[in-house]
Design a binder for this molecule. Structure first.
Ligand code: NDP
Length: 296
């Protein structure tokens, strides 16, 4: 029988573990702080930042909010990031993407102190992850691994396919699967015979951004499917609804375990941001990261 991987419940468990770790830090008079930087008034970005701030409050992490006008210069943004890097009250820095076109997002990301880079997008963290050193792991990929390990604690030797090769999801999740001793295929828009490559896999991670592109017939019997996609489509009733990159209804008939959309990977991303902030607060002070917030 197919197992439904409950991202909401697992994310709640991660948040509870972070709250416990933050509580232990506060017993030592340490109050982890996350600085959020929102540039402009993109409605979706405002909602994301608001949700992150609310989630911080729930686990006892302080938020330091910076809302900047859309016409701020890149130099002024980099100056703010520099001040946050130097601020001892700040453990994590999150510059909400996308940024206005006049600002180079890569330069903004690279300006963040890698030790405070709780999104894990800095090239130092990407490089450290790829060579197996302690790194800030990007939140969504970390969430995928926690979900995978909830049904498959040791994926050693399994064949995994990651569909998508973005720097924020596809590539880092592939690195994490490799570190977990999977045999990893990274597929993308030029991959030949994608359906056959997926069918061979024991683990399918879909991070494409195309609604229900991966059909049930592409999934091997018993495979574990982690669907990162979040796509808004119009339902038969004319109302908008969210679907993943995997055709859930047909895939769940063959998969061994599968994440739903919504309620799968989505809730894990913020939970892992909180987790990264707690980890950053420990590492910056030379303290051991509590086992409760280590990657499963
Ligand atoms: P990107 O657009 O950056 O990357 C998409 C990837 O999919 C690219 O590597 C692209 O290949 C590949 N691709 C596109 N079309 C095809 C195709 N027909 N066949 C195979 N591969 C294809 O997206 P992201 O990685 O940022 O996000 C992916 C999805 O995950 C989106 O739906 C996004 O909304 C969602 N997401 C969800 C998060 C969450 O919290 N749950 C967080 C982040 C993202 P190529 O490189 O060749 O162009």
């Amino acid at each position: 029988m197919t197992r439904l991987i409950d991202g909401r419940a697992i994310a709640a468990d991660v948040r509870a573990r972070v709250a416990e770790a933050v509580g232990a830090l506060s017993d030592r008079d340490i109050a982890p702080g996350l600085a959020t930087v929102l540039v402009g008034d993109d409605p979706a970005s405002r909602v994301y930042v608001r949700n992150k701030i609310r989630a911080c409050a729930e686990v006892g992490i302080r938020s330091i909010e910076h809302a900047l006008d859309a016409d701020i210069s890149e130099a002024d943004l980099l100056d703010l990031v520099g001040r946050l890097n130097a601020d001892p009250e700040v453990d994590g820095i999150l510059v909400q993407l996308p940024l206005p076109a006049c600002i180079d997002a890569a330069r903004a990301t690279e300006a963040i102190d890698p030790r405070k880079d709780v999104d894990g997008f800095h090239t130092t963290n990407a490089g450290r992850l790829s060579v197996g050193l302690d790194a800030m792991v990007p939140c969504t990929p970390a969430g995928c691994m926690i979900l995978l390990k909830s049904v498959c604690p040791d994926p050693t030797g399994m064949r995994a396919i990651v569909v998508g090769r973005s720097n924020i999801v596809g590539k880092p999740v592939a690195q994490l699967l490799l570190a977990a001793n999977c045999t990893v295929t990274i597929a993308h828009s030029r991959t030949a015979d994608l359906d056959a490559r997926c069918r061979e896999a024991d683990i399918v991670i879909a991070a494409v951004g195309k609604p229900e592109m991966i059909e049930g017939g592409w999934i091997g019997p018993g495979a574990t499917v982690i669907d990162v996609g979040i796509n808004r489509v119009e339902g038969a009733d004319g109302k908008g609804r969210l679907v993943g990159d995997v055709e859930f209804e047909t895939a769940k008939e063959v998969a061994g375990a599968i994440t739903p959309v919504p309620g799968g990977v989505g809730p894990m991303t913020i939970a892992c941001l909180l987790r990264n902030t707690a980890i950053a607060a420990c590492r910056r002070r030379g303290m051991a990261v509590p086992d409760s917030v280590r990657l499963a």
